[in-house]
Structures are given as structure tokens and as C-alpha cells.
Design a protein around this ligand. Structure first.
Ligand code: NAP
Length: 485
């Protein structure tokens, strides 16, 4: 079940949020601690207003909630609500409220017994879980903050060990924990929480629309093929929307999830446990990933950069679709060969490697401009290009094509450009491979000088479609596939 956590300060506002999102969710969690004065709210009126499965909970500040009253007042609130016949009541581990529990039992309200840890996975995690699960009739719930790829891997391994506990709620909080929220059914969790933007019930919650329509998380089952994208940052990525839309249109039982990664070793361990069938690779891992590949496509060998990894017969195969994806919008430029002779590439990371190989295939003379001299010089030597430190960007005037491949200017730093103060001229072509925002400051400045511009979205779509083919052996569906009769 997908559970919408309602975090507004009045019942009316909560109801409005519920009405807007009810088609995406199966159950709601009413956070009584968020209400202005929950003691003044009539539980029966709330019960009759929400004709839907409801979990009630009231968290004290010390438990990560907002209720600032004392323990006795909280108990009174929960007692009153327990008598109104809600479906579930969430009580923290260690709370002993016999009258609340009795009222819950007499109204067939199931008790969710929860353990939250905002510091990470405790050493005795499994023990805690088993203790929670030992109370007959209660549903054990654990929510722990996951900080780093190692903890995500550890979390999935521990949950594997408690697969015998059939009815449970498990989730990892924070951006590293997002895969646990999407894959809640794989983890054997009977629900996963979500919330509307700006009203997050806990770190890492996705929106109801994304949970239902983008990730189709309530349809995930043991046969669902899992794909994803590994990066840091990664939440800005347009790839989950692109690939999940493709799976949906093709009626494929597959899901594509963002994996925030801080340690590629642990990410590979996790990829083995899930298991992942394939994944995209983004900033800053396109080069680091090479050491983990069992096979490399000719494009990976040529660029020393990999953005697509496929598991094939137990082997990790690396591909590079950036190279072809980068060329795709250039193909639409008239008289390309006559117009472009000298290209400047800003940046020397994983994407720059593909860009340089692509530009070489067009026969252009290339110069690299990079912040770190060492990295820039090494790439220039490997690719037979010239190199200039980024501070020398005034030299960019001598180039017909300037390609921006650094991550500078990407959301949220939309007012940044790696070439602050540079004045483009109208005969230049400026190409920024960043796609969030669609028009970076680099492109806005180029456009205002009359230069022609290309943003990164076309490249994203084109390289993504090639990735889709590698992952699924099918063409990317531009439209919904017709049901075969
Ligand atoms: P990467 O390997 O981490 O390389 C990052 C590059 O950015 C390096 O050259 C780095 O310079 C430079 N850089 C970072 N911060 C900087 C700063 N503050 N000032 C100057 N230079 C800075 O990343 P990547 O994989 O190449 O990706 C780079 C960008 O391309 C990302 O925004 C990514 O989303 C985008 N991209 C888009 C597509 C698409 O389909 N449109 C495909 C691939 C990549 P140093 O060497 O000095 O650290």
C-alpha cells in the first residue's frame, strides 16, 4: 500500500491534500502532532470526514515529531482517537499506554509498533526488530536514517535476514534510503510512506504521484526487473522519468530508481543483492566505474568513460551512449562541416571524454579547458588535444563551438557558469550538456550575445533511448504501445 502522510496544521487543510492525492494512495497517516491543538479536534468528526483507511499517530518532539505537549496530554489525544475506530494507530516502541491499547483492541484498530532512528542502523537492529515483532497482533515498523551506500547495503542485507516476519513496515530514511521506499514490496514491507512537496513526513519521502505513476511502486513484485542510476548528486536526474515512462509504455514489469552513491564498492555489492539488471552511471562515477567492469564496449575503450552498465550472464558489461547521444542534436545543424573547425571543451570529467571522442569523429581541432590542470593535461595528452587552464577562458574567442561539460550551473546553482564574464560572439555555437535547468546561465549568456545554443535535453533523450535498448532489447517507445489483440 502507498501511504500518504498528512502534515498540515488543520483537519480541513489535511482533507484538501488528501482529496488532491487520494487516487494515488491506499491509506493515509494522520500526524496528529502537526495539528495546531489536537486536543480540541473531535475524533469522530475526523473519522467520518476521511472515508478511507487511516493510521493515526502523535509524535513528541523527542521522537522526531512536533507535539510539544507532555506525555499525559499525548496519551489523552491517542486515547480519544483510539475510541473513534480508526484502522491503525502507530505507537513508538517503549510506550506503555494500556488504556489506549485496550481502546484500540475494542475498536479493531491494529497497533503499529514503531522504532525510529535518525542516527543510522544500530548494531542490534535485528534484535530490535525481533523484539518489536514478538508482540502478537502488532505490526512492527522500523525506520532508520541511511547515511551512505554502505548503510543501504547493510539495510537490505539485514532485511533479508528477517524475511520470516511476514507483516512489517521497513524503510530507510534520507536520500540514500529512497530505493527502500520504492522497493518496499521487495523488502516485504506492507506499506511505504509518501508526502506532498514541502510537507515531508520524514527525510526522503517521494510524492504520491511519483510513487504511484512514475515508479509504480505498488505494482512491484518478485518478477520486477530493477534498473537504476548511480550518481552523486542524482536526485536531479531526468533518467528515472524517462526510463520508467518507457517501461510503462512498453508494458514491461520493470522499475528504474535513483541510487545516491558515495562508495562505488558498496553500490556494486548492493547491485548484486537486489539484484540490479543494469544501471546508468552519472557524475562523478563514469571513470571510476571502469575498474568494476568485466567487459567493455568499443566506445568505452575509446573514451575510457562508461555511462551504461548491463548485467549479462553474471558479468557486468559497460557501454557508452553519451558519445552518440551528444552527436544527435549536432546532426540537425546545417553545414556543420563547413561551419565548425575548432572546438573548445570546458571540463575534463567522464562526460568530456565522450564529447571529445564525438568531436574527433567530426574531424574538429579540440582544446580542453579545465579547472584542475593535472586532470585536464592528462586527458589532453590521451586524446591529442591542446590544454588550457580554465582561467584562460578569454581564449575561447578563437573557437566556433564551445561545449560546456562541467557540472557548474546545474540546479540548484543556476546562477553559476564556469566562464564568468566571458562574452560570446554571434558566430559561435554554444552547447551545454547540462539539462537541469534546460537553459543554463552559460547558455543564457551565449544567447544574449547572439550565439546559437544547444541544451543538454536532446542529448539526454538520445543517450537514454540507446540505454533503453541496451537494457531491454527494445526500441524506446515514443507513444503508448497498442495492446496486441
Ligand atoms: P565528472 O566526471 O564529475 O566531471 C566534472 C567536471 O566538472 C570536471 O571537469 C570538473 O573539474 C568540473 N567541475 C566541477 N566543479 C567545478 C567548478 N566548481 N568549477 C570548475 N569546474 C568544475 O562529471 P561528468 O560525469 O563529466 O558530468 C558533468 C556534467 O555533465 C553533469 O552536470 C552531468 O549531469 C552532465 N551530463 C549530461 C548528459 C546529458 O545526457 N545531457 C550526459 C552526461 C553528463 P575538475 O577536474 O577540476 O574537478
Amino acid at each position: 500500500m502507498i501511504c500518504l502522510t498528512l502534515m498540515e496544521d488543520t483537519i480541513e487543510k489535511n482533507f484538501a491534500v488528501f482529496m488532491e492525492n487520494s487516487s494515488f494512495v491506499d491509506i493515509i497517516e494522520l500526524r496528529l502532532d502537526m495539528l495546531i491543538d489536537p486536543l480540541l479536534v473531535e475524533p469522530e468528526l475526523v473519522r467520518s470526514k476521511f472515508n478511507f483507511p487511516v493510521i493515526i499517530t502523535c509524535r513528541l518532539v523527542r521522537d522526531g515529531g512536533k507535539y510539544s505537549g507532555n506525555e499525559y496530554q499525548r496519551r489523552d489525544i491517542l486515547y480519544q482517537f483510539s475510541n473513534a475506530g480508526f484502522d491503525y494507530i502507530d505507537l513508538e516502541m517503549g510506550i506503555v499506554y494500556p488504556e489506549v491499547e485496550e481502546a484500540a483492541h475494542s475498536h479493531n484498530t491494529r497497533i503499529i509498533r514503531s522504532y525510529h532512528n535518525f542516527e543510522g542502523i544500530p548494531d542490534n537492529f535485528e534484535e530490535i526488530f525481533r523484539e518489536l515483532a514478538s508482540v502478537v497482533g502488532e505490526i512492527p515498523k522500523v525506520a532508520v536514517f541511511l547515511e551512505g551506500s554502505c548503510q543501504v547495503y547493510k539495510f537490505f542485507k539485514i532485511i533479508e535476514k528477517i524475511h520470516d516476519i511476514e507483516e512489517k513496515i521497513v524503510l530507510g530514511m534520507g536520500d540514500f534510503g529512497i530505493p527502500t521506499r520504492v522497493l518496499y514490496k521487495k523488502l516485504g514491507s506492507f506499506l511505504s510512506y509518501c508526502s506532498v512537496p514541502g510537507r515531508s513526513g520524514a527525510p526522503g519521502q517521494l510524492t504520491p504521484d511519483k510513487m504511484k505513476n512514475m515508479y509504480r511502486s505498488d505494482c512491484i513484485n518478485n518478477s520486477t526487473l530493477i534498473y537504476g542510476i548511480a550518481g552523486n548528486p542524482v536526485m536531479h536526474s531526468g533518467s528515472p522519468n524517462f526510463h520508467n515512462t518507457g517501461y510503462k509504455r512498453s508494458s514491461l514489469n520493470a522499475v528504474y530508481i535513483p541510487f545516491l552513491v558515495d562508495d562505488i564498492n558498496y553500490f556494486f555489492k548492493l547491485a548484486g543483492v537486489l539484484p540490479l539488471c543494469g544501471f546508468s552511471v552519472t557524475v562523478p562515477f563514469k571513470v571510476d566505474i571502469l575498474g568494476f567492469l568485466d567487459r567493455k564496449s568499443p566506445e568505452v575503450v575509446r573514451t575510457d568513460s562508461c555511462n551504461t552498465v548491463l548485467r549479462n550472464g553474471g558479468m557486468w558489461e559497460g557501454y557508452n551512449t553519451d558519445l552518440e547521444g551528444f552527436l544527435s542534436p549536432l546532426a540537425a545543424i546545417e553545414n556543420l562541416k563547413d561551419r565548425l573547425h575548432r572546438a573548445a571543451v570546458i571540463g575534463a570529467g567522464g562526460a568530456a571524454r565522450s564529447v571529445i571522442a564525438a568531436l574527433k569523429s567530426l574531424g574538429l581541432e579540440i582544446s580542453i579547458f579545465n579547472r584542475s590542470e593535472e586532470r585536464g593535461r592528462i586527458l589532453a595528452e590521451e586524446t591529442a588535444c591542446s590544454f588550457f587552464p580554465l582561467e584562460k577562458f578569454d581564449l575561447l574567442s578563437g573557437y566556433d563551438l564551445i561545449v560546456q561539460t562541467t557540472s557548474v550551473g546545474m540546479i540548484p546553482d543556476v546562477e553559476k557558469t564556469p566562464v564568468q564574464g566571458y562574452r560570446f560572439h554571434k558566430d559561435q555555437l554554444a552547447y551545454d550538456i547540462i539539462y537541469t535547468p534546460l537553459k543554463t546561465k552559460f547558455l543564457r549568456e551565449a544567447e544574449s550575445s547572439g550565439a546559437e545554443i544547444i541544451g543538454g535535453m536532446d542529448m539526454l533523450i538520445s543517450q537514454g533511448a540507446l540505454q533503453f535498448e541496451i537494457f531491454t532489447n527494445r526500441e524506446y517507445p515514443q507513444e503508448e504501445q497498442k495492446e496486441s489483440s
